[in-house]
Write a protein that binds this ligand. Structure first.
Ligand code: DGI
Ligand code: FE
Ligand code: FE
Ligand code: FE
Length: 184
C-alpha cells in the first residue's frame, strides 16, 4: 500500500483525535529510533499501526483473536488489552507487515513484556510520552526518554503498574512480568 493510502486507511479506522495521537507517537518513535541507532522505518511502521484496532468492535476483536488461537486469558481481562494483539494480527493479515519485531512492538505496546527488544521499548515509551499525553508524572517520563531505553522503559512500566494497582484493576501477566524484569 502506498504511504498516502495507508494514512487514509488509518484515518478511516479511528476518530481524528486518536489519529493525531498516532501521528505524535510516530514522530516520537522515529526520534527515539534515531537516537538509539534503530531502524527509523520500523519505528514508523509499528507506531502507525499500533492503535489500528483501538476502535474495532469488541465482538469482532474477540472473534479475530480466537480465530488466531490467541491466549484465552485475554478474555478474562479488560477488552482495552485486546487492541494490541488484534492490531498485530490486522497489520499482518490486512496490510502484509511481515517484520516480526514490528509486529511484536504492536502486540506488546499496551502491556510490555519481559525481554523487550529496543523497538518494542521505543513504541511503548513513545506511546506513553508523546507530546499530547498529559498525566501526572509524564514530564519525568519524558526526561527518562532522553536517556537509555531500558531505564526509560523501567520508569514507564513502574508508572503503569503503579497506576493500575492504584485503580485496583487486574494487572495482566505480561505487564507484571515486564515490571519484574525491569525492576529486578
Ligand atoms: O491505546 P492507548 O490509549 O494509546 O494506550 P495503551 O494501549 O498503552 O493503553 C490502553 C489502556 O490499557 C490504558 O488505559 C492502560 C491499560 N492497561 C495497560 N496494561 C494493563 C492495562 N489495563 C489492565 N487492566 N491491565 C493491564 O495489565
Ligand atoms: Fe494502544
Ligand atoms: Fe502504551
Ligand atoms: Fe497509543
Amino acid at each position: 500500500m502506498e504511504p498516502a493510502n495507508l494514512i487514509q486507511e488509518l484515518q478511516q479506522r479511528m476518530p481524528q483525535q486518536r489519529f493525531q495521537h498516532v501521528l505524535r507517537v510516530t514522530e516520537t518513535a522515529k526520534s527515539l529510533a534515531g537516537m538509539h541507532g534503530e531502524s527509523i522505518e520500523s519505528a514508523e511502521t509499528a507506531a502507525l499501526f499500533h492503535d489500528i484496532a483501538k476502535y474495532m468492535d469488541a465482538k469482532e476483536m474477540r472473534e479475530l483473536l480466537s480465530a488466531h488461537q490467541e491466549n484465552p486469558l485475554l478474555f478474562e481481562f479488560h477488552k482495552e488489552l485486546w487492541h494490541a494483539p488484534a492490531g498485530a494480527l490486522i497489520a499482518r493479515e490486512e496490510f502484509g507487515i511481515q517484520n516480526e519485531d514490528v509486529l511484536n512492538a504492536i502486540r506488546f505496546h499496551t502491556t510490555g513484556r519481559a525481554n523487550m527488544t529496543n523497538l518494542e521499548m521505543i513504541i511503548y515509551i513513545a506511546d506513553m510520552t508523546e507530546p499530547g499525553r498529559d498525566f501526572p508524572g509524564v514530564d519525568q517520563l519524558r526526561l527518562y526518554a532522553e536517556g537509555p531505553l531500558d531505564k526509560a522503559m523501567r520508569a514507564c512500566i513502574i508508572h503503569t503498574v503503579t497506576h493500575l494497582i492504584g485503580k485496583q484493576v487486574p494487572v495482566y501477566p505480561d505487564s507484571i512480568e515486564c515490571y519484574n524484569y525491569f525492576v529486578k
